[in-house]
Design a protein around this ligand. Structure first.
Ligand SMILES: CC(C)(COP(=O)(O)OP(=O)(O)OC[C@H]1O[C@@H](n2cnc3c(N)ncnc32)[C@H](O)[C@@H]1OP(=O)(O)O)[C@@H](O)C(=O)NCCC(=O)NCCS
Length: 168
């Protein structure tokens, strides 16, 4: 029997207020942020994930996601985190639903990533809570996501934010 490399998680959208790290501001992403978010993605993931991608192909994918390629994009639940100088240091992208098999119906986080030099200061946690709050305010009670089983940082984040494994 082979072990599936991905885990699917689900959580309720009710959350405690988040403490935003000093000097960080959050707002919903805009299409005009796509290039900078693509550059961030290239630095946030390890080389084996980035592979042969270029900023242009990643930017096109982000724009496609915002256009509904992976399900109805929920801009209000797709925050970016910015430093005071305007640099984007974190991004989270959410759709209202996916068309994929083996994912829970309803809101789904497509991706979340934080700049290596901004990690472990709570940026991902406030991005998640911003997204949860936006979903909760719109009456959406759960949110799902997928994570690689061996991604200890992401699993630590999700499990500390009450995500639990979901099986079809
Ligand atoms: C996963 C990721 C988004 C976390 O971002 P971050 O801003 O550093 O996370 P936070 O500072 O908000 O951490 C919140 C909690 O997550 C957990 N966590 C974060 N990094 C961790 C690590 N390296 N090891 C173990 N737990 C970790 C901890 O519980 C942490 O709380 P604590 O710092 O009080 O112990 C970041 O490591 C990243 O961008 N990784 C590459 C992209 C990726 O793998 N995305 C997930 C796709 S499913």
């Amino acid at each position: 029997m082979t072990t599936e490399p991905n885990l699917t998680y689900i959580a309720g959208t009710a959350s405690l207020p988040a403490t935003t790290p000093p000097g960080i501001q959050l707002r919903p992403m805009e299409v005009s942020d796509a290039v900078e978010i693509a550059e961030l993605w290239m630095t946030a993931y390890p080389p084996e994930v980035v592979g042969g991608e270029s900023v242009a192909t990643v930017e096109a994918d982000i724009v496609a996601a915002m256009d509904g390629e992976y399900g109805p994009f929920l801009q209000s639940a797709s925050p970016i985190a910015m430093r005071a100088d305007g640099a984007i240091v974190g991004s989270l992208q959410t759709v209202a639903d996916t068309s994929w098999d083996r994912t829970p119906r309803g809101p789904f986080i497509l991706d979340i990533f934080v700049s290596p030099d901004a990690r472990r200061s709570g940026v991902a946690r406030v991005l998640l809570r911003f997204a949860k709050d936006a979903l909760h305010a719109q009456g959406m009670g759960t949110v799902g996501l997928r994570v690689l089983r061996d991604n200890e940082a992401a699993r630590g984040l999700y499990e500390s934010e009450d995500f639990r494994e979901w099986r079809p």
